[in-house]
Design a binder for this molecule. Sequence first.
Ligand SMILES: [Zn+2]
Length: 184
Amino acid sequence: MPLYTYECPQCGHVTELFCAVRDYKETMPCEDCGSDARRQFLPVGVQTDATFLAGVGTLLDQCGGDKREVRRLVHAARQQGYNPNMHDYYLPSIAESTGDPAAFVPASGGRGHVRRVAEQKQITVRGAVEYEAPPRPPMPKKKLADRVVRRLVKRAVKQDPGLKDKPKAALCEQIVDRHAHQND
Ligand SMILES: [Zn+2]
Protein backbone atom coordinates (compact mmCIF):
# COMPACT_ATOMS: atom_id res chain seq x y z
CA MET A 1 0.00 0.00 0.00
CA PRO A 2 1.37 3.42 -0.86
CA LEU A 3 2.05 6.06 1.76
CA TYR A 4 0.21 9.32 1.36
CA THR A 5 0.96 12.45 3.34
CA TYR A 6 -1.50 15.24 4.06
CA GLU A 7 -0.59 18.67 5.31
CA CYS A 8 -2.98 20.77 7.36
CA PRO A 9 -3.21 24.40 6.11
CA GLN A 10 -4.42 25.53 9.56
CA CYS A 11 -1.83 24.09 11.93
CA GLY A 12 0.86 22.64 9.68
CA HIS A 13 0.47 19.14 11.07
CA VAL A 14 1.43 16.42 8.64
CA THR A 15 -0.65 13.27 8.72
CA GLU A 16 0.58 10.12 7.04
CA LEU A 17 -1.68 7.43 5.78
CA PHE A 18 -1.04 4.06 4.23
CA CYS A 19 -4.03 3.33 2.09
CA ALA A 20 -5.10 1.31 -0.85
CA VAL A 21 -5.15 3.22 -4.10
CA ARG A 22 -8.92 2.71 -4.40
CA ASP A 23 -9.44 4.34 -0.94
CA TYR A 24 -7.27 7.32 -1.73
CA LYS A 25 -8.76 10.74 -1.05
CA GLU A 26 -7.54 14.21 -1.99
CA THR A 27 -8.18 15.56 1.54
CA MET A 28 -8.57 14.06 5.00
CA PRO A 29 -9.28 15.50 8.46
CA CYS A 30 -6.14 16.75 10.26
CA GLU A 31 -5.24 14.52 13.23
CA ASP A 32 -4.43 17.60 15.26
CA CYS A 33 -7.22 20.09 14.64
CA GLY A 34 -9.72 18.41 12.35
CA SER A 35 -9.37 20.90 9.47
CA ASP A 36 -9.21 19.61 5.91
CA ALA A 37 -5.63 18.52 5.30
CA ARG A 38 -4.59 18.46 1.65
CA ARG A 39 -2.50 15.76 0.08
CA GLN A 40 1.12 16.71 -0.36
CA PHE A 41 2.97 15.86 -3.50
CA LEU A 42 6.44 14.83 -2.51
CA PRO A 43 9.30 14.36 -4.91
CA VAL A 44 10.97 10.98 -4.61
CA GLY A 45 13.47 10.84 -1.76
CA VAL A 46 12.00 13.62 0.36
CA GLN A 47 11.77 12.87 4.07
CA THR A 48 8.33 12.17 5.42
CA ASP A 49 7.26 12.34 9.06
CA ALA A 50 7.84 8.60 9.34
CA THR A 51 11.50 9.05 8.39
CA PHE A 52 12.04 12.44 10.05
CA LEU A 53 12.97 10.92 13.40
CA ALA A 54 14.32 7.66 12.03
CA GLY A 55 17.52 6.54 13.73
CA VAL A 56 17.48 9.34 16.30
CA GLY A 57 16.89 7.01 19.24
CA THR A 58 16.20 7.85 22.84
CA LEU A 59 17.35 10.99 24.65
CA LEU A 60 20.21 8.87 26.00
CA ASP A 61 21.32 8.03 22.44
CA GLN A 62 21.03 11.69 21.46
CA CYS A 63 23.27 12.62 24.38
CA GLY A 64 25.87 10.14 23.24
CA GLY A 65 25.05 7.71 26.04
CA ASP A 66 26.01 10.25 28.72
CA LYS A 67 23.49 9.76 31.54
CA ARG A 68 24.60 12.90 33.35
CA GLU A 69 23.92 14.93 30.22
CA VAL A 70 20.40 13.43 29.97
CA ARG A 71 19.74 14.21 33.64
CA ARG A 72 20.90 17.80 33.14
CA LEU A 73 18.61 18.18 30.10
CA VAL A 74 15.61 16.60 31.84
CA HIS A 75 16.19 18.71 34.95
CA ALA A 76 16.34 21.91 32.87
CA ALA A 77 13.13 20.95 31.05
CA ARG A 78 11.28 20.13 34.29
CA GLN A 79 12.22 23.49 35.72
CA GLN A 80 10.47 24.99 32.70
CA GLY A 81 7.38 22.88 33.29
CA TYR A 82 7.94 20.02 30.86
CA ASN A 83 8.63 16.41 31.75
CA PRO A 84 10.45 14.91 28.75
CA ASN A 85 9.61 11.52 27.38
CA MET A 86 12.72 9.41 26.82
CA HIS A 87 11.63 8.94 23.19
CA ASP A 88 11.36 12.67 22.53
CA TYR A 89 13.68 14.18 19.98
CA TYR A 90 15.50 17.13 21.50
CA LEU A 91 16.38 19.77 18.90
CA PRO A 92 18.92 22.23 20.34
CA SER A 93 18.70 24.34 17.18
CA ILE A 94 15.20 25.54 18.07
CA ALA A 95 15.78 25.78 21.85
CA GLU A 96 15.94 29.28 23.27
CA SER A 97 17.56 27.94 26.41
CA THR A 98 18.79 24.53 27.51
CA GLY A 99 15.80 22.26 28.07
CA ASP A 100 13.34 24.60 26.30
CA PRO A 101 10.12 22.51 26.33
CA ALA A 102 9.31 23.59 22.76
CA ALA A 103 12.51 21.95 21.52
CA PHE A 104 11.34 18.48 22.53
CA VAL A 105 9.67 16.86 19.55
CA PRO A 106 7.39 14.03 20.67
CA ALA A 107 7.87 10.76 18.81
CA SER A 108 4.34 11.25 17.45
CA GLY A 109 5.15 14.85 16.41
CA GLY A 110 7.66 15.31 13.65
CA ARG A 111 8.02 18.06 11.13
CA GLY A 112 4.61 19.59 11.93
CA HIS A 113 5.75 20.15 15.52
CA VAL A 114 9.03 21.73 14.44
CA ARG A 115 7.29 24.02 12.00
CA ARG A 116 4.74 25.16 14.60
CA VAL A 117 7.58 25.97 17.01
CA ALA A 118 9.43 27.85 14.26
CA GLU A 119 6.30 29.86 13.53
CA GLN A 120 5.75 30.68 17.19
CA LYS A 121 9.35 31.75 17.69
CA GLN A 122 9.58 33.24 14.18
CA ILE A 123 12.80 31.44 13.42
CA THR A 124 13.73 30.19 9.98
CA VAL A 125 14.29 26.46 9.67
CA ARG A 126 15.41 24.48 6.64
CA GLY A 127 16.17 20.93 5.74
CA ALA A 128 13.51 18.35 6.52
CA VAL A 129 11.33 21.26 7.67
CA GLU A 130 11.00 24.48 5.71
CA TYR A 131 9.77 27.63 7.35
CA GLU A 132 10.76 31.16 6.38
CA ALA A 133 10.43 33.58 9.28
CA PRO A 134 9.13 37.07 8.40
CA PRO A 135 11.80 39.77 8.57
CA ARG A 136 12.34 41.19 12.02
CA PRO A 137 12.27 44.93 12.63
CA PRO A 138 15.80 46.35 12.90
CA MET A 139 17.29 46.50 16.37
CA PRO A 140 17.00 49.92 17.97
CA LYS A 141 20.28 51.80 18.10
CA LYS A 142 22.21 51.14 21.27
CA LYS A 143 22.51 54.18 23.50
CA LEU A 144 26.04 54.74 24.70
CA ALA A 145 26.84 56.52 27.93
CA ASP A 146 28.55 59.90 27.39
CA ARG A 147 31.64 58.75 29.20
CA VAL A 148 31.89 55.69 26.92
CA VAL A 149 31.59 57.91 23.85
CA ARG A 150 34.33 60.22 25.21
CA ARG A 151 36.58 57.21 25.76
CA LEU A 152 35.90 55.86 22.25
CA VAL A 153 36.59 59.31 20.74
CA LYS A 154 39.86 59.51 22.66
CA ARG A 155 40.89 56.08 21.42
CA ALA A 156 39.95 56.92 17.81
CA VAL A 157 41.97 60.14 17.91
CA LYS A 158 44.92 58.25 19.34
CA GLN A 159 44.75 55.77 16.46
CA ASP A 160 44.23 58.48 13.85
CA PRO A 161 45.53 61.90 14.99
CA GLY A 162 44.03 63.51 11.85
CA LEU A 163 40.60 63.18 13.48
CA LYS A 164 41.51 65.89 15.96
CA ASP A 165 40.62 68.56 13.38
CA LYS A 166 37.12 67.15 12.92
CA PRO A 167 34.23 68.83 14.78
CA LYS A 168 33.75 67.01 18.08
CA ALA A 169 29.98 66.51 17.57
CA ALA A 170 30.43 64.87 14.15
CA LEU A 171 33.12 62.61 15.52
CA CYS A 172 30.90 61.50 18.42
CA GLU A 173 28.02 60.80 16.06
CA GLN A 174 30.23 58.77 13.75
CA ILE A 175 31.46 56.66 16.65
CA VAL A 176 27.99 56.07 18.08
CA ASP A 177 26.83 55.07 14.60
CA ARG A 178 29.67 52.65 14.04
CA HIS A 179 29.06 51.07 17.42
CA ALA A 180 25.36 50.57 16.71
CA HIS A 181 26.13 48.76 13.46
CA GLN A 182 28.63 46.45 15.12
CA ASN A 183 25.71 44.93 17.00
CA ASP A 184 23.46 44.44 13.98
ZN1 LIG B 1 -4.56 20.82 11.72
